[in-house]
Design a protein around this ligand. Structure first.
Ligand code: PLP
Length: 428
């Protein structure tokens, strides 16, 4: 197919994330990807400042990951997980148990982050049901969060004008508390505790994105809120779920964001970078205590079992991606990328219309006082050599960890161009 034909079929027939059909925007055609670069069909090559939505931490076509996929493909690419098991799943489970906080010992493999959040919530609800407390079905969460696009995750996404607010009447009604401020404030902890105390008899769990709220607004908070939250949950007998789908595998500078505060949740979701962004795979981990209680309940086990559970190809690539991460000086690279972003983005603070510039780990964010002009911003970034996908009033990057200082400089130029293009287009 030539480029024009791909674009025609796409525009007429294929849904894109949050897109309209017939399409109102024209996605760029990508013909291949390698290292940190996306090769566009029109011949341009751009540095991927998004790591394919925060997943491709090792870049594209990494020889180790390509080889892991090829070797596993030669054995079996998929086999059902009901009644069968395999080495890739066993090896990946071992690795995850080793790397995540010690109490997390049991692993459920599924095929996307949203489903791993569904499973986390099901674990929490089944746990309370097995304990004879089936009225405990609600979740408490922070405003401004994002946990995925299926119905349960949507119910704990930002309720105020967020992506899913149109569903408010059909979603389960959850309990929302303001997101933590960036710095640590004891009065905020008191507010959080009051909300948990008030609703504890109906709460199954508290679910939060530790340290970084991602797609809900790219906000960062002090890790010190996490031990406080753990303590509140323990004292009021409520389960704690950490959604580390965006933050897991080094993005914030520690292997998992909650490691910065040495806090263990009862349930934890991982995805995205789990396979280095190669395959669609996610996992939900829980404690032995939860597994025992759930398994002793009326269903005799956890009532979930998708067709592509523990896909061997994805598990094999995930094992290779994690081993690769651990063999590389990832923490130093994340710190170096963070420094490059902080130094490079700082001058944007002086532009009228820029509200905030913030960097945490390998995440750089420029917040504007107005919505980003998507087409002008994206085109300007590409002209500067970078692929970016801003949203709302945020131009941001979560680049691959293999970025060199030059790649980071290209991304910074892209962000600067995208910001300036928006300010120019919206100034009159
Ligand atoms: N949770 C968090 C924190 C996320 O950032 C995302 C995706 O951006 C999800 C859940 C949903 O994951 P997926 O898009 O794989 O369903």
């Amino acid at each position: 197919m030539d480029q024009a034909e791909i674009s025609r079929v796409d525009a007429e027939h294929i849904w894109h994330p949050y897109g309209a059909l017939p399409a109102t925007t024209e996605p760029l055609v990508v013909s291949s990807a390698s290292g940190v670069h996306l090769e566009l069909a029109d011949g341009r090559s751009v540095v991927d400042g998004m790591s394919s939505w925060w997943a491709a931490i090792h870049g594209y076509r990494h020889p180790r990951l390509d080889a892991a996929a090829a070797v596993q493909m030669g054995r079996m690419s998929h086999v059902m997980f009901g009644g069968l098991t395999h080495e890739p799943a066993a090896r990946l489970a071992q690795l995850l148990i080793e790397l995540t906080p010690e109490p997390l010992q049991k692993v459920f493999f599924c095929d996307s982050g949203s489903v791993s959040v569904e499973v986390a919530v099901k674990m929490a609800l089944q746990y309370w049901r097995s304990r004879g407390e089936s009225r405990r079905t609600r979740l408490l969460t922070w405003r401004g969060g994002y946990h995925g696009d299926t119905f349960t995750p949507m119910s704990v996404c930002d309720p105020d004008g967020g992506m899913h607010s149109m569903w408010s009447t059909v979603l389960a009604q959850q309990v929302f508390v303001d997101a933590p401020p960036a710095d640590h404030r004891p009065e905020y902890v008191a507010t959080l505790e009051a909300a948990v105390r008030e609703h504890r008899d109906e709460l199954a769990a508290v679910i939060v994105e530790p340290v970084v709220q991602g797609a809900g607004g790219m906000r960062f908070h002090d890790p010190a809120y996490l031990p406080a939250l753990r303590d509140i949950c323990d004292r009021h007998g409520v389960l704690l779920i950490f959604d580390e789908i965006a933050t897991g595998f080094g993005r914030t500078g520690t292997l998992f964001a909650a490691d910065a505060a040495q806090v263990a949740p009862d349930i934890m979701c991982v995805g995205k970078a789990l396979t280095g962004g190669y395959m669609t795979l996610a996992a939900t981990l829980c404690t032995s205590h939860l597994a025992e209680v759930i398994s002793a309940g009326e269903a005799g086990g956890l009532a979930h079992g998708p067709t592509f559970m523990a896909n061997p190809l994805a598990c094999a690539v995930a094992v290779a991606a994690i081993e690769l991460l651990l063999e590389t000086p990832w923490a130093a690279r994340v710190a170096e990328i963070g420094k490059g972003l902080a130094d490079g983005l700082a001058p944007l603070r002086d532009l009228g219309g820029v509200v905030d510039v913030r960097v945490h780990g390998a995440i750089g964010v420029v917040e504007l006082d107005r919505p980003v002009d998507m087409s002008a911003a994206t085109a300007a970034a590409i002209d500067a050599g970078a692929w970016l996908r801003p949203f709302r009033n945020l131009v941001y990057t979560m680049p691959p960890f293999i970025c060199t200082p030059d790649d980071v400089a290209t991304i910074v130029r892209g962000i600067s161009a995208a910001v300036r293009a928006t300010l120019r287009e919206t100034s009159s």
